[in-house]
Design a protein around this ligand. Sequence first.
Ligand SMILES: C=C(O[C@@H]1C=C(C(=O)O)C=C[C@H]1O)C(=O)O
Length: 435
Amino acid sequence: MRKTHFEHIANPEQFKNKLLQWSQQFDELLWLDSNDYKHSYPSYDAVLAAEAFTVLQTDSHNAFEQLKDYQTLTKDWIFGYLSYDLKNDVERLSSQNHDGLTFPELFFFQPKKLFLLKGNALEIQYLNLVSDEITQDLEQILAMESQSFDKTEMPSEVLPITIKPRISKDAYLEKATQMLTHIHRGNIYEANFCQEFYAEGSKIQAFEIFKKLNAISKPPFACYLKNHDQFLLSASPERYLKKEGDRIISQPIKGTAKRASNPSEDELLKQKLSEDQKERSENIMIVDLVRNDLSKTAKKGSVNVVELCKIHSFEQVHQMISTVTSTVKASVHPVDILKTTFPMGSMTGAPKISAMQLIEEFEASKRGLYSGAVGYFSPENDFDFNVVIRSILYNETKQYVSYSVGSAITSKSEPLKEYEECMLKAKAMREVLES
Ligand SMILES: C=C(O[C@@H]1C=C(C(=O)O)C=C[C@H]1O)C(=O)O
């Protein structure tokens, strides 16, 4: 079905740059970049999937069954996303909040052209119908002018944008206080409460903004997605779920601290986060939820916490990350591993269903692709998906730009501190949009 070509790449960083530049001509593309992060469970350094041969695009109704059929019948690489609102396909829930983006709730495509980069080894896989284009495309890519990833010039037709909050700071503080009341009453233990920032009537150069966001964040799960007029520019540091053979890996993040330019001050902030009882309990509650979710498809006794509350430092923030693994039963369809764990606990709270009900009640925007997952299935039924956070979403036709941020509310939360945590997470996105 696919023709494979191998190529040695002398300068992977420069090649990535050229490849991404070249890919801009396609209507459907997904770019995944680990930014040379030393992953404990690595896949590829960078992947480009371009030009759809087949597509699955739908709302949440029966979405997981449709994805299962599509993945089973296609028997090939498929790339795309699950939006948060697929919760409505898994539980008796609905999404009534404002949606300025109107993206499909699920989108997957089978790319005609696929590039997989690991170290200096490039694997090109083209569907047979375009396989005679490999040599010519490769020549074109190598001849592309290499542009620096942190090139910051703004094309002249682009106007500065005005970002507005969907809810005011006072409304946020009021809602967070009400959430706390639910927690103190024992209705839930933890809720990931999010808020949207948006700009209307805005034209942005999505690709330029992505390059800037990536350059100042260098996250391990970066992605750039284009589905015609819909764009996702993501600087995500978080893995949702990976399947490698019968091994399942989940790496929830809970616990965030700012970085300092002074190294000793920065080390102190890291140390403080590591020892912070509130942040640790936030993280452990989600680890418990993930263990429970994974146990639904795991072989008996195979769910393990292999790393608990470890601090990882990224350009923008320090994060507390745990790793939970399991061995999946042979009879389980890969899509069911997603279905039984979705949405990821780090973005809901616990217990999951009650937390999602309160989120719907208290948040003002439909989460959509924010708080969903982007990734791929391989022909071997493996997969890897990130968590869509620290991401800018853009509908070019509607000229609507949006980013959302959130934080975990637990019994020890102080609303103002949670608000500040949201602003810390928003900093890089605001900076690249307003610069
Ligand atoms: C909600 C966001 O992040 C989530 C909340 C985190 C936290 O509470 O520390 C950390 C990572 C994410 O799971 C966001 O970045 O918007």
